[in-house]
Design a protein. Structure first.
Lengths: 111, 114
């Protein structure tokens, strides 16, 4: 089983739709979680951290489910500009800090 | 604030040549990561440093790859000799407190080996 798994997609959704991505991780010692966004031919950029209690940033909501070992990203009212690949990042702490990126989920928002 | 700076942005060279990629991390960051990204394999961690010391180089594909960090503000990734299968985008990233804080990526170096 991969350490971090994401559905590669693509997810094709109409403008205004709500879309959700999940990211599962295998190591229960994982303690630090992030979502990144990567546009075509660009570098990954931090979208948001994921906190235990869940957190929201505008149209974006991130949640952590430790029992089932997954994190999620919800995008409400999708915009064309949201089209990108979304990468989850999981880190095992403390001590040796193993940071693992998922392979990404591609989102295409359609007019 | 200056972000992570990588050079060159693009490199095209012939098979067998030595390639050197450079990275300047964000000032104050104590972790530096080198990644390689291809369509087939996605983003792969090659090596990372903590306080200029290599911690994990298990992702370095072969002995042809080497990385150094002589000081807190500079790192290099070298490929010698280069091969066509090394063609990829190479990213450098830095962070503070390792995995506790998010990594910040440079623009990447697009490497093509002919």
């Amino acid at each position: 089983r991969k350490e971090v798994e994401q559905d590669p997609g693509p997810f094709n959704v109409p403008e205004g739709a709500t879309v959700a991505f999940n990211c599962t991780y295998s190591n229960s010692a994982s303690q630090s979680f992030f979502w990144y966004r990567q546009d075509c031919r660009k570098e990954p950029k931090l979208l948001m951290s994921v906190y235990s209690s869940g957190n929201e940033d505008g149209r974006f909501t991130a949640q952590l489910n430790r029992a089932s070992q997954y994190i999620s990203l919800l995008i409400r009212d999708s915009k064309l500009s949201d089209s990108a690949t979304y990468l989850c990042v999981v880190t095992v702490l403390p001590g040796y800090q193993k940071v693992t990126f998922g392979t990404g989920t591609k989102l295409q928002v359609i007019p | 604030d200056a972000g992570v700076i990588q050079s060159p942005r693009h490199e095209v060279t012939e098979m067998g040549q030595e390639v050197t990629l450079r990275c300047k991390p964000i000032s104050g960051h104590d972790y530096l990561f080198w990644y390689r990204q291809t369509m087939m394999r996605g983003l792969e961690l090659l090596i990372y440093f903590n306080n200029n010391v290599p911690i994990d180089d298990s992702g370095m594909p072969e002995d042809r790859f080497s990385a150094k960090m002589p000081n807190a503000s500079f790192s290099t990734l070298k490929i010698q000799p280069s091969e066509p299968r090394d063609s990829a985008v190479y990213f450098c990233a830095s962070s503070y407190e390792g995995g506790r804080q998010p990594q910040h990526f440079g623009d990447g170096t697009r490497l093509s080996i002919l």
